[in-house]
Design a protein around this ligand. Structure first.
Ligand code: ZN
Length: 296
């Protein structure tokens, strides 16, 4: 099943895949995903494993460079993604681009918790197996032709660091697609796939760095979050969830839609924003977390 339980016990999670530029993962910044993200994830999970293959939790995290998957190895995986990255691929590739990202990441979970419906090469790495599962999902999702191409272009454009080159990946994607009922598939030329290398805004570029730091010479802790807007952004999703859970009392949140964002982004980025009072409180919590880390 697909769900979200942010800030769960992280100690057991083992890193599986990270798309694009390397970056750290800081679970204290997990926030709930939007309903749209959950819906896309559920749609992919259900076509790949209708009889259920463990549990996948989706979380937004402003400090994840693009998207990444972690697993406990016993039927549970977590996929953390940057809303800015998802907005960026939506903008660069089209409305179905997110399906490509999630199909590959959920493919890692299915790979660990299911068996493929057809013979898969034993020489394939976990990344090629995830690509095959992604191809399988794309066949079963019945996306429009344009949406299928958008998804494929994103898969080609955002390899993980351990991914082999596209000429090796393409046969895996095509194998998965045809094994799951697809017929002909157009190979998107990765050289023409252009999009953001990491999350596309200045905020998310900053977000790929460790939010905490220590000036060890002075045994003094500092936070690299110096921009209140950046901090608010990292808390937006939690704010939306709070608004939705407590519609009568919105002390914590302003529910207005950010006027500088296109409505199409609302699928990936939460549209609530924290009040200044709450932002200050929550950003103080960030600093406290940093200080706690620093003194260990
Ligand atoms: Zn991967």
């Amino acid at each position: 099943m697909i769900g979200t339980i942010p800030n769960d016990a992280e100690a057991q999670n083992v890193f599986v895949c990270s798309l694009g530029t390397s970056g750290g993962y800081y679970p204290q910044f997990d926030t709930p995903p939007t309903k749209y993200a959950l819906d896309v994830g559920k749609e992919i999970y259900d076509v790949l494993c209708p009889k259920k293959c463990g549990r996948v939790d989706l979380v937004q995290n402003a400090y994840v460079p693009n998207a990444m998957t972690m697993t406990t190895g016993n039927g549970y995986s977590k996929i953390a993604f940057s809303a800015n990255f998802m907005n960026g691929v939506y903008n660069a590739f089209g409305a179905y681009a997110g399906y490509g990202v999630f199909a590959h990441e959920i493919g890692h979970h299915i790979d660990l918790n299911s068996s493929f419906p057809a013979q898969m090469s034993t020489s394939w790495s976990k990344e090629l197996r995830a690509d095959a599962w992604a191809g399988c999902a794309l066949a079963k999702l019945n996306l429009p032709a344009s949406g299928l191409l958008e998804s494929l272009r994103v898969i080609a454009a955002y390899p993980s660091q351990t991914h082999p080159a596209w000429p090796m990946r393409w046969p895996a994607v095509e194998f998965g697609y045809k094994s799951c009922g697809g017929t002909s598939l157009v190979n998107p030329a990765p050289s023409t796939s252009t999009g953001p290398n990491t999350a596309p805004t200045s905020t998310s570029t900053k977000a790929s760095t460790d939010p905490c730091g220590c000036e060890k010479a002075n045994r003094k802790c500092v936070t690299r979050i110096i921009d209140l807007d950046e901090c608010i952004s990292s808390k937006q999703s939690a704010c939306v969830s709070a608004c939705q859970d407590d519609v009568d009392e919105t002390d914590d949140c302003e529910t207005e839609v950010c006027s500088d964002e296109s409505p199409k982004y609302a699928g990936w980025r939460s549209s609530c924003k924290a009040t200044i009072k709450v932002a200050n409180t929550r950003c103080a919590e960030v600093l406290t977390t940093c200080q706690s880390t620093c003194t260990k």
